[in-house]
Design a protein around this ligand. Structure first.
Ligand code: FAD
Length: 532
């Protein structure tokens, strides 16, 4: 019989949420972290702008809470927002102790160099130049690698949560429990059983479900899809945040042009060089993301153009090069574009999943022994639209709380649990790359065309018919096929797409990131979460 790989804590995903959690519980038991790609690859790694937190004496918790609630358009859970904002500074100071470096002011070296982003009423974004995510990911990873109780399994992709449906033995009162996960070891192509007293989903987001996305390839909604299949409660999947400004470079991997550039004074202009945002919103470039993304979309449609431009040319060149070295160098080397001399071509792209696996304020999901934190979770802080730079903070604050909760718990004994090895009997199909690639592309273009920045009932009806068909086809194919990462990602992407369309069809109004052309107003009838 295949060996079961056991630990006290199984952490699925090694971004800011998973690694923070791992570090917090590592002194209390054995931690296994599985990451489906290389250890460093995550959304966290690519974050540019920074982390929002109240560290300036002139700022206040109330202001950060208000800004978050306003962006969330009526659906933020106030208790969760208060936790996020009030516990944020402690987590930031802890990061400093862990070796993370944030930029300090040149004129007052003791003080943080705080940036301002859309929707924030103050400068409160801590950053490490425009490479904040890389700074965080590397610091957390290094600390985790140095801890004797943490073992990281890279290129290990979780396939399915292990629940009472899988296990054998005399379980006592065993209902709705997670015992770990089946995980594909990509290097040897074999599925192994990882058992644990507690399983933490920290698999990040799902924006790869859209044709244009700022996310790296790992963001295929795996945690959401696994939770969905296991019957765990999921909320607000219709709220996908589109980042207003990803670099327009057709056919190439997307690259984010950080919000911080607009906060720094960048102007959005059309191909005639005319600044257009003031026509759409009095806050102009500093309006919340959903408004800026929709305005760009409208401007592009009105003018039938493929992109708009972000103009930084009126700002001091040296300052731009020093503050945004990553963006400056990327544009220079990939587009031969000096952003201090010429405007940057930009388009909106899917960026962030505001909804996710429903959790308590301590990360507990609706399944026993299963916790979720980071972008995969729905804690209630983002409502219908995430405020910029609140997501790294959410990953930090709520993974800390989940860890504290679990440490304080006495593990329950569910009796004699036997986890059987993965059963792949009856599997015949050889891996069919063409079918997978075609369906993958099809899902992403359906989602972009019909479930994008502006939606309508007609478009969503069309999308659900097509996505349901693909979903059934993929499930059928999955049952007969040898498992590969590509096939699993396709399966998870189709489940995630289905959840998004289903949730969108249930919200006949416009709110936050969800804009329906046939229901352009918000309605109090829909002042509630959409729960699947
Ligand atoms: C380009 C870009 C810029 C951003 N800028 C900012 C910013 O400035 N400020 C901010 O607050 N937010 C920003 N965000 C959002 C933020 O980075 C993410 O929301 C956050 O990093 C998510 O962290 P996480 O730990 O939940 O997931 P991630 O960092 O995405 O980590 C997910 C982990 O799960 C693993 N994984 C996924 N599926 C599986 C599976 N099936 N099996 C095993 N492992 C799996 C991955 O390999 C990875 O290790 C940005 C996002 C992007 C893409």
């Amino acid at each position: 019989m295949d060996q079961i790989i056991s630990s006290d804590y199984l952490v699925v995903g090694g971004g800011i949420a998973g690694l923070t959690f791992a570090l917090k519980v590592a002194d209390y038991g054995k931690v296994h972290v599985v990451t489906k790609d290389l250890q460093v690859e995550s959304n966290t790694f690519y974050a540019q702008g920074g982390i929002a937190s109240v560290v300036d004496p002139e700022d206040s918790f109330d202001k950060h809470i208000d800004d978050t609630m306003i962006a969330g358009a009526g659906l933020c859970h106030r208790d969760a927002v208060e936790v996020l904002v009030k516990e944020g500074p402690d987590r930031i100071y802890e990061l400093l102790e862990w070796g993370v470096n944030f930029n300090r002011r040149a004129d007052k070296p003791g003080e943080f160099d705080l940036a301002r982003e859309g929707g924030h009423s103050r400068h409160r974004i801590l950053h490490a130049h425009d490479l904040t995510g890389a700074e965080l990911q590397q610091a957390l990873l290094q600390k985790a690698l140095n801890h004797p109780n943490i073992k990281i399994f890279e290129k290990h992709m979780a396939v399915e949560l292990i629940t009472e449906h899988h296990v054998l033995g005399n379980l006592q009162a065993a209902f709705n429990i997670c015992f770990g996960a089946y995980v594909l070891d990509e290097l040897i192509g074999k599925v192994k059983a990882f058992s644990a007293s507690y399983t933490i989903l920290s698999t990040g987001g799902a924006s790869k479900v859209y044709q244009h996305s700022t996310n790296p390839d790992i963001a295929t909604g795996d945690g959401l899809a696994m939770a969905y299949r296991a019957g765990v409660r999921i909320a607000n999947m219709e709220f996908i945040q589109f980042h207003p400004t990803s670099l327009y470079q057709p056919g190439k991997r997307s690259f984010l042009i950080s919000e911080a550039l607009r906060g720094h004074g960048g102007n959005l202009i059309n191909s005639e060089g005319k600044r257009f945002m003031p026509e759409y919103d009095p806050r102009a470039e500093l309006a919340p993301r959903d408004i800026v993304a929709r305005s760009i979309d409208a401007e592009m449609k009105k003018r039938r153009e493929e992109c708009v431009y972000l103009d930084m040319t009126h700002l001091p060149a040296l300052e731009i090069k020093e503050r945004y070295p990553n963006i400056y160098n990327y544009c220079l080397h990939n587009l031969n574009l000096d952003i201090t001399l010429k405007p940057i071509p930009v388009v909106p792209a899917a960026h962030y999943s505001c909804g996710g696996v429903m959790t308590s304020l301590n990360g507990q999901t609706s399944m026993q022994n299963l916790f979720a934190c980071g972008e995969v979770a729905h804690t209630g802080v983002h409502g219908a639209n995430r405020l910029a730079s609140n997501s790294l903070l959410e990953g930090l604050v709520f993974s800390h709380r989940a860890a504290m909760k679990i440490i304080s718990k006495v593990p329950r004994n569910f009796g004699n649990v036997i986890i059987p090895p993965w059963d792949d009997s009856g599997v015949q199909n050889e891996y069919e790359w063409r079918l997978i690639k075609h369906n993958y592309k099809e899902i992403r273009s359906i989602m972009w065309d019909y479930v994008g920045i502006v939606r309508s009932t007609q478009q969503l009806d069309r999308a659900i018919r097509r996505i349901s068909l693909i979903f059934d086809e993929v499930e059928n194919y999955y049952r007969k096929s040898v498992i590969t990462r590509e096939l699993l990602e396709l399966r998870n992407l189709s489940a995630t797409a289905l959840m998004i369309v289903k949730a969108a069809l249930r919200r006949n109004e416009s709110r936050g990131t969800h804009f329906m052309a046939d229901y352009p107003e918000s309605s109090d009838k829909f002042l509630k979460d959409t729960i699947i």
